[in-house]
Ligand binder design. Sequence first.
Ligand SMILES: Nc1ncnc2c1ncn2[C@@H]1O[C@H](COP(=O)(O)OP(=O)(O)OP(=O)(O)O)[C@@H](O)[C@H]1O
Ligand SMILES: [Mg+2]
Length: 246
Amino acid sequence: MLKAVELSKRYEDGHLALDALNLEIKSGEIFFLLGANGAGKTTTINLFLNFIEPSSGQVLINDIDVVKNPLETKKYVSFVSENVMLYGNFSARQNLDFFAKLGGKKDLTKQDYYNVMRSVGLQEAAFEKKLKTFSKGMRQKVGLAIAIIKDADNIILDEPTSGLDPKSASELMQILINLKNTGKSILMCTHDIFRAKTVADRVGIMKEGRLVMLRDKEQFLTDDLEKIYLNYMQEAVMFNDTTSKI
Ligand SMILES: Nc1ncnc2c1ncn2[C@@H]1O[C@H](COP(=O)(O)OP(=O)(O)OP(=O)(O)O)[C@@H](O)[C@H]1O
Ligand SMILES: [Mg+2]
């Protein structure tokens, strides 16, 4: 379970990037967070991962306070980013082995690593190749494989489909649905409204640090999600126009 309570972040330069966010993502749920560039999506993720500290409010993973128990909460969350940080001189399997051992999984075999790499759609020929020779999409698949091996209750993804070809993106979405069906809580930040419509259980739209819309599947399937999104963005433009005239 991922939970934010009145969560705010003001950066050192005074910019309020997140303004009193209240959000709960339950076990067995995929939540998509949409919003324009600079809306506060990555800030939200960074707070869940304890990469940055909140200015006020609380951030909880499995009901444990992330600020008070950062090491404990890290056990229960996996992170897949747009630019996965991996070791270039290690092979895909060696990267998996390194991160699995770091996460306390010490008895996995070569076959276990191969199976998980197959499950994310990485081609067999790449299993023993060095990461520095990989394309962005291949790297992301290794990142996802690491997240799956960790078997954490919560998975956070920051624009994971960016740079993936359509087939890989579609496979990634299927993997997320499978993970959700095993009871994981999944938070994914994205610009992909199309995937939100087909994959998400709930969708939120963030604008200028505030969660301005929250809808579940029934609500956004009957309404047009793209229209809703564009309306919110349009309002932002109108707002900016008025302020620039003042
Ligand atoms: N370290 C920082 N110091 C100051 N301001 C920051 C910092 N990091 C982010 N910001 C600002 O906070 C706001 C939110 O940024 P954030 O990265 O959370 O947006 P985002 O929704 O993830 O955008 P994108 O879709 O472009 O990834 C932006 O205005 C950004 O300039
Ligand atoms: Mg971002």
